[in-house]
Design a protein around this ligand. Structure first.
Ligand code: F6R
Length: 619
């Protein structure tokens, strides 16, 4: 979604802002812009399209007096919500009083949505102000300007008292050069602390090159920044202290490292990412998982009535694996639910329910809202989150960090396999507090610890998977089938294919297809069936036979050396032998590679698919 970068200090702001924007490109956007505080006033440059186009417009800015020597600025990548992705709707948006000329007095960038912008716009236009864009953000800029009397902090505080909705804002005023005003409600803002400088961003990836010492703003925080001085107040209670934390992701981790795409790099990082998730969390001797962040001892677990897993998209699919594993091994009722549905249907949850919220970014609006609903209803709430310091991580108070490293590709890969690994550890911990024996626990630990190697074996078949993918790259539809633990794999495999190749892919429970959807099946629609060794395999193979009888080509995901699958698939993606609950991971990796190569052959924009954003911070 939209990205924010801000800088104030002793260096030239423009290159820092442009580099920051490039680091945020992965989030998905459709226009970009920046504003620099120059001696002649605030200079704003915007463009529809990519950051490269904006850089072109700026030209040789480093050599241009008034541009290269500007030491303070703000920048933005916009993912259109209110109004199309045009230059005029791009941020920053500026405002000046009626009759105040063309040059802006106040300029800001904004993530989030101002819900009452229409009412505010009518009021501001009534005061003689002219708004040029269709955005809620320009309304916000005018609102701040309407209160401006030489003190940006006061103006912003008054303006935000009139606003309903969500925001992460960075603002500058012509008459206060060197000052950035930052505020947050519902949209993340991180402040990077440097020696003689301060950076601001919506995502730490934008500022990692400059500093790892960061402060996360809480909702309703407003910060005034001048050089290295940061003063934070709460809009509700006055001055507050927010302690700095150190980010442990290296700047290199956010680079492509020789791979053609971030997605491919992240697929190949999975053995390490999964190892980082499980490292130090397995007690081989006691056959248990050590998950201190959950803050639940066996007595607490004995009191639990049920586990509810909430998330969206890929995280939701991981949650479904969690539901199966927790019920399967711990005998504890578990349910998975789409986070927005959970939030709006007034769910029955209480003190003996554990709500596990799963989110790579930790910022997904629907998942965050589900967390808040569960907190309000008195449930125990824990987060499985990748981004350290993200809102869900902070608001749940208990949980497990995935430690999968930064996921830059919009399509999630390593976060999913780390989430599943984490959920298997949770199932183990809950099972050991219930009926699972130490011996079975010890075996379970070995099964989890074997996952990175299983993934390596699949990655070694990358070339073979690429060849298979080439044969299906012209398809316009595809069906995915799975049952049991392989049903979430089918959902995730189909999601990957549609996201990055734009092929219409649908996943079905293998048994469900014949209850209606098989009517759609033609020779033109390949079927991807996930049927590794284990319970349910024969039944899925029967469903495969039904598809082949209708002329469909079939790609099977099957266990190496399984001769029973001979004759069922036109092509086979092989995974190593392992129990079904861990086979989820190698099977998904095979389908990630399949989707990647199909999209590559089709020439798609793999890392930044159209219309998609990395973290979905709107409902
Ligand atoms: C798909 C994908 C999305 C996210 C979803 C939730 O590849 O990435 O479906 O999984 O938007 O995002 P998080 O996990 O950040 O809450």
């Amino acid at each position: 979604m939209c990205g924010i970068v801000g800088y104030t200090g002793k260096k030239s702001a423009a290159p820092i802002l442009l580099n920051g924007l490039r680091r945020l490109e992965y989030r998905g956007y459709d226009s970009a812009g920046l504003a620099l505080s120059t001696e002649a006033g605030i200079r704003v440059e915007k463009s529809e399209g990519k950051v490269a186009k904006l850089a072109e417009i700026l030209g040789d800015y480093e050599e241009t007096p008034g541009l290269g020597d500007a030491l303070t600025g703000i920048a933005h990548t916009r993912w259109a919500t209110h109004g199309p992705p045009t230059t005029i709707n791009a941020h920053p948006h500026g405002a000046c009083p009626p009759g105040g000329g063309e040059a802006p007095r106040v300029v800001l960038v904004h993530n989030g949505i101002i819900e009452n912008y229409k009412t505010l716009k009518v009021l501001l236009e009534g005061e003689g102000r002219t708004l040029a864009s269709e955005t809620d953000t320009e309304v916000l800029a005018h609102l701040v300007d309407s209160y401006y009397e030489g003190d940006l902090q006061q103006a912003m505080t008054k303006a935000l008292a009139k606003v309903t909705g969500t925001f992460g804002i960075v603002c500058m005023a012509k008459d206060e050069p060197g000052v950035l005003l930052v505020a947050r409600r519902g949209s993340p803002i991180v402040i990077g602390l440097g020696e003689d400088e301060t950076l601001v961003a919506s995502d730490a990836a934008a500022i990692l090159r400059h500093t790892r010492q960061v402060v996360y703003l809480d909702d309703n925080d407003i910060a005034r920044i001048e050089g290295a001085e940061v003063e934070i107040r709460s809009l509700d209670t006055g001055p507050v202290t927010r302690h700095p934390t150190e980010i442990d992701w290296s700047d290199d981790a956010a680079e492509k490292g020789g791979y053609a795409h971030y997605m491919l790099k992240e697929i190949f990082e999975q053995p390490d990412a999964i190892w980082n998730t499980i490292r130090g969390r397995m007690d081989a001797d006691r056959g248990n998982a050590v998950l201190s962040g959950l803050n639940l001892n066996p007595r607490d677990l004995a009191d639990l009535r049920r586990v509810l897993v909430v998330g969206c998209g890929t995280s939701l699919h991981a949650g479904l694996v969690g539901e199966y594993a927790i019920e399967d091994f711990a005998g504890l009722p578990a349910e998975v639910e789409q986070a927005a549905e959970f939030r709006y249907r007034n769910p029955i949850v209480g003190a003996r329910d554990l709500v596990l919220s799963i989110s790579q970014s930790g910022e997904t609006a629907d998942t965050l809202a589900a967390v808040r609903e569960a907190v309000d209803k008195g449930a125990l709430v824990a987060g499985l989150v990748n981004v350290v310091g993200s809102t869900i991580a902070r608001e749940t108070g208990r949980g497990i960090y995935l430690h999968a490293g930064p996921e830059i590709s919009v399509a999630s890969t390593k976060a999913f396999t780390s989430q599943v690994s984490c959920l298997l550890m949770i199932a183990l911990k809950f099972a050991r507090a219930a009926r699972m024996s130490r011996e079975r626990g010890m075996q379970f630990v070995r099964e989890i610890e074997a996952i990175p190697e299983l993934v390596r074996s699949v990655l070694a078949t990358n070339d073979a998977i690429a060849k298979v993918a080439e044969r299906y790259a012209k398809a316009e539809h595809a069906f995915y089938l799975g049952r049991g633990y392989m049903y979430p794999v089918a959902l995730e495999g189909a999601l990957k294919l549609k996201e990055i190749s734009y092929i219409h892919a649908e996943a079905f429970h293998a048994a469900e297809l014949k209850h209606g959807s098989i009517a759609l099946l033609t020779e033109e629609i390949p079927v991807v069936a996930i049927a590794p060794e284990g319970p349910g395999k024969e039944k899925t193979l029967s469903n495969v036979a039904e598809c082949r009888a209708r002329g469909s080509k079939v790609v099977l995901v099957a266990t190496e050396g399984d001769e029973e699958v001979d004759g069922y698939g036109d092509d086979v993606l092989w995974i190593p032998e392992c129990p079904l609950h861990t086979a989820v991971i190698p099977a998904t990796v095979a389908l990630q590679l399949f989707a990647y190569h199909v999209a590559r052959v089709r020439g798609c924009s793999i890392d930044q698919p159209r219309n998609l954003a990395k973290s979905v911070t709107v409902e």
